[in-house]
Design a protein around this ligand. Structure first.
Ligand code: ACO
Length: 322
């Protein structure tokens, strides 16, 4: 039996920090409201001209260094993002170019906040089948580019950033199972309507902005993440006590707490970055994973449950021994 194992993690956040107090200067909101309802204190926002692939390159180089590999070993790039630099080539190809690589397959995957879990699942299957020996899996976003900065219902939530992992084959431990889903019933609760085929709006065009029914999204997210926790444990005949760390998508601290309760996990065993990163969509899980690893909390051999939920709705999980 061959597994894919995380050999190294990396992440990157743009330099500019925007606090709740900064937002309260330009819209009708307050630090108190944002903290209480979401747990967010600040977020990082990309500089003008700084793109998703710029952020991803930093994260990827850190993951490559942590894995101790030569970039030339990479034979697959899977890149989850909702905010690509351009229509094509995809961000995976653009990142391949930055890293000076040629020839390996490089793909972009769009599944909103679940983009990294989708990319991880696909890369895992390549490695298990023997079709790749060293995969670079990335989640990176510049969500700030599709935020309506006049809409207090959405703009307060999102931030920019990137996270990456290097996956290598291992006979003993690694990704145990991944679980992916989508339900188009909910496509109108969270979406961004602009697109090539329908017509890309000009900057500032409302079609370029995230639209969200926050309250309904919140309720479906809590229920759905509860279900995927059950599904993941049942698929592996595991009790919830087997999980050492929950590494959740960072959308809202109240959603994270609900999932932790479902697992009977104290918040000390949950990696939380939503306070300082906000919701970075596809970047949020690998950013949180890297924060957990680099702070020394997540250790080799421990059992991790990664999960995410986003526009579509899409959702997914990965159970792995780190
Ligand atoms: N500051 C102050 N007041 C606000 C703000 C704000 N930023 N935003 C909304 N309000 C007001 C509303 O107008 C409303 O006022 P009213 O009662 O006078 O009408 C009141 O606060 C309550 O609004 P709700 O929308 O009911 O607030 P809620 O508690 O639901 O919190 C939130 C809103 C934070 C958006 C929450 O619904 C949420 O986190 N939703 C889920 C987000 C999510 O998980 N998204 C999925 C992933 S994202 C992706 O895939 C890209």
């Amino acid at each position: 039996m061959m597994y894919s194992r995380i050999a190294g993690t990396g992440s990157y956040l743009p330099a500019r920090v925007v606090t709740n107090f900064d937002l309260a200067k330009t819209m009708d909101t307050s630090d108190e409201w944002i903290r209480e309802r979401t747990g967010i204190v600040q977020r990082h926002i990309a500089a003008e001209g700084e793109t998703t692939v710029d952020l991803a390159e930093h994260a990827a180089r850190r993951a490559i260094e942590a894995a101790g590999i030569d970039p030339a070993e990479i034979d697959l790039i899977a890149f989850g993002t909702t905010t690509p630099d351009q229509v094509f080539p995809n961000c995976g190809v653009l990142l391949q170019d930055r890293l000076g690589l040629r020839g390996c397959p490089a793909m972009g995957l769009e599944a909103a906040c679940t983009g990294f879990i989708y990319a991880l699942s696909i890369a895992d299957k390549f490695i298990r089948l023997g079709d790749a020996k060293c995969a670079l899996v990335v989640g990176a976003e510049t969500l700030s580019r599709i935020c309506d900065w006049t809409d207090r219902g959405t703009a307060i939530l999102f931030g920019d950033g990137a996270g990456a992992v290097v996956l290598k084959p291992d006979s003993e431990a690694g990704i145990i199972s991944t679980h992916l889903h989508a339900d188009s019933t909910y496509k109108d609760l969270l979406y961004c309507p602009a697109g090539v085929s329908k017509g890309i709006g000009r900057p500032g065009d409302p079609a370029m902005h995230i639209k969200m029914s926050g309250n309904e999204t919140f309720k479906v997210a809590v229920n759905t993440l509860g279900r995927i926790v059950d599904e993941t444990l049942a698929a592996n005949s595991l009790d919830k006590s087997a999980i050492d760390w929950l590494v959740p998508h960072q959308a809202n601290i109240r959603i994270i707490q609900a999932t932790a309760r479902k697992l009977d996990m104290p918040m000390e065993r949950v990696i939380v970055t939503v306070d300082t990163h906000g919701n970075t969509s596809a970047a949020s899980v690998p950013l949180a994973l890297d924060a957990g690893v680099r702070s020394g909390r997540i250790k080799r051999g421990e059992m991790l449950l990664l999960e995410a939920f986003g526009g579509g709705f899409t959702w997914g999980s990965a159970l792995l021994r780190y």
